[in-house]
Ligand binder design. Structure first.
Ligand SMILES: Nc1ncnc2c1ncn2[C@@H]1O[C@H](COP(=O)(O)OP(=O)(O)O)[C@@H](O)[C@H]1O
Ligand SMILES: [Mg+2]
Length: 257
């Protein structure tokens, strides 16, 4: 287990890191600080991810998970005032949200943001309206057969699980490199959680990198390769997901499970 101190993150400009016998990091978040107005919320968060990894970003309610995802997606709120975010050698920290999206960051927010008045298929087509496009709608339907069955149904009338599938499907329709999922299992029955987890494994098999934020920490840890735990806007753990599952004291301290 690695307990990480503030400012102890990776150094993107340190050339010696490139000499290491490990694969280059695909997404590097380095010492990011973000604010809502004058409220200092993301307090120097650093971590990085290899391509094709699933990372569980965990922590108690209010720890700063959503704020961290929104900062990576360059939503503007919270405002990034310090630090760097690199995706495949591209400086996300210099981008606005639409540029980050074009660079391959797709955020699926907690409310899933399905567009009312549009069918399932129209929601997917809308995601493809501007280049760069990602997966074809047929490929997405192969991954989510339930969406193919419901293609003509209005998106907001789907069940909670199907709406989550649609939200993920829509992200895949854009040219995606990193999928950011905010509480995808919220309000879903265990059997649906399992179904979505299986799909996320298939998506990983296709080489897509995922950060999953979840209150259902056990489900997220079972899926993830690695875990980062936040507490009061800082990283307090960065290590293997399996270690967190096995470390009761750590879970009790930071996850209350
Ligand atoms: N729009 C906002 N304006 C001001 N403070 C916010 C806003 N959104 C979240 N916060 C505060 O930021 C902190 C982290 O919130 P959040 O990132 O949503 O945590 P988590 O997703 O881990 O539950 C909390 O103290 C929350 O009250
Ligand atoms: Mg949140």
């Amino acid at each position: 287990m690695t307990h990480v101190e503030h400012l102890d993150g990776p150094q993107p400009f340190d050339k010696s890191r490139n000499m290491a016998a490990t694969a280059p990091k695909f997404l590097s978040v380095w010492d990011i600080e973000a604010y809502y107005g004058e409220s200092y919320i993301v307090q120097g968060v650093s971590f990085d991810i290899h391509e094709g990894e699933i990372l569980a970003l965990l922590g108690r309610n209010g720890a700063g998970k959503t704020s961290t995802l929104r900062t990576i997606a360059r939503m503007g709120d919270p405002e990034l005032r310090h630090g760097e975010i690199w995706l495949d050698h591209k400086p996300l920290h210099e981008m606005r949200s639409h540029e980050a999206s074009q660079a391959g960051i797709q955020l699926v927010p907690e409310d899933r943001s399905i567009i009312p008045g549009l069918t399932v298929e129209e929601n997917l087509k809308l995601a493809q309206i501007a280049p760069p496009r990602g997966w074809s709608i047929d490929r997405v339907y192969d991954l989510f057969p339930r969406l193919r069955e419901r293609r003509s149904q209005e998106g907001v009338t789907l069940s909670g699980g199907e709406q989550q599938m649609l939200a993920i499907a829509r992200a895949l329709c854009r040219d995606i490199k990193v999928l950011l999922l905010d509480e995808p299992y919220e309000g879903l029955a265990p059997v649906i959680v399992q179904e979505i987890a299986k799909t996320l494994e298939l998506i990983r098999d296709q080489g897509i990198t995922t950060i999953i934020v979840e209150q259902n920490a056990v489900a997220a840890l079972k899926l993830a390769d690695r875990a980062v735990i936040l507490d009061i806007g800082r990283v307090v753990y960065d290590g293997s997901a399996k270690e967190v599952l096995e470390d009761e004291a750590l879970r009790a301290k930071y996850l209350a499970i």
